[in-house]
Design a protein around this ligand. Structure first.
Ligand code: FNR
Length: 179
């Protein structure tokens, strides 16, 4: 099962990237998770949407061929980080490769709420006609105070979070298989 991962932070030592790496390693038997860089994508520009740069074409092709998409993202100013939104805007136009695509949203923040507001917006965005992804209902993975849940090597060590992820990923895999 091929899953594309998009991480909403390009920060060096991003907590969300650590969480994403944890998911990739822990569930490697269940899914082949490959991260796609969103850093190299240009700003969305409708002028060139019909004649997209190669980097955009390749990005969309990889997502089109994937069985599902996993988003792991921080919350910026109570919403979706711009760099992630930019990638979503590319995905929403011309060849709309997200339509019907199973998706799971995970988020980690240093605050208590663990990206609740970002994920609410993301679910709204994913329901828009150009995206229309099949987001796994429920299974809201809000990792608050993430800095207390990782060890010095960036490894997720908080057992309740790990147990919840075990359950969510199991549900997600079945959701993909049934899609
Ligand atoms: C934040 N942070 C943050 N946290 C939160 O819970 N709600 C928020 O609205 C915001 N807003 C916000 C805006 C901007 C511009 C930055 C840089 C940060 C804090 C955020 O949770 C923290 O920096 C995380 O460490 C970011 O995730 P990564 O980069 O570690 O994956």
């Amino acid at each position: 099962m091929k899953v594309v991962g998009l991480v909403g932070s390009i920060r060096k030592d991003s907590y969300n990237q650590y969480v994403a790496n944890f998911i990739k390693n822990r569930y490697k038997e269940e899914m082949n998770l490959q991260f796609l860089s969103i850093k190299a994508l240009p700003f969305f520009d409708q002028t060139i949407e019909e004649d997209q740069p190669t980097v955009v074409k390749d990005f969309k092709k990889t997502i089109k061929e994937a069985d599902a998409v996993l988003i792991v993202t921080p919350e910026y100013n109570h919403s979706v980080p711009g760099i992630l939104k930019n990638s979503i805007d590319w995905l929403s136009r011309v060849d709309r490769v997200m339509i019907g695509k199973p998706a799971l949203i995970v988020g980690a923040s240093t605050g208590l709420l663990g990206t609740v507001r970002c994920q609410m917006h993301l679910r709204q965005i994913f329901a828009s006609p150009g995206i229309a992804a099949k987001v796994l209902p429920g299974n809201e993975v809000f990792i608050g105070r993430v800095q207390d849940k990782l060890d010095e090597n960036g490894q997720l060590v908080d057992q309740p979070t790990i147990d919840f992820l075990d359950s969510v990923i199991k549900t997600f895999v079945k959701f993909i298989q049934d899609s």
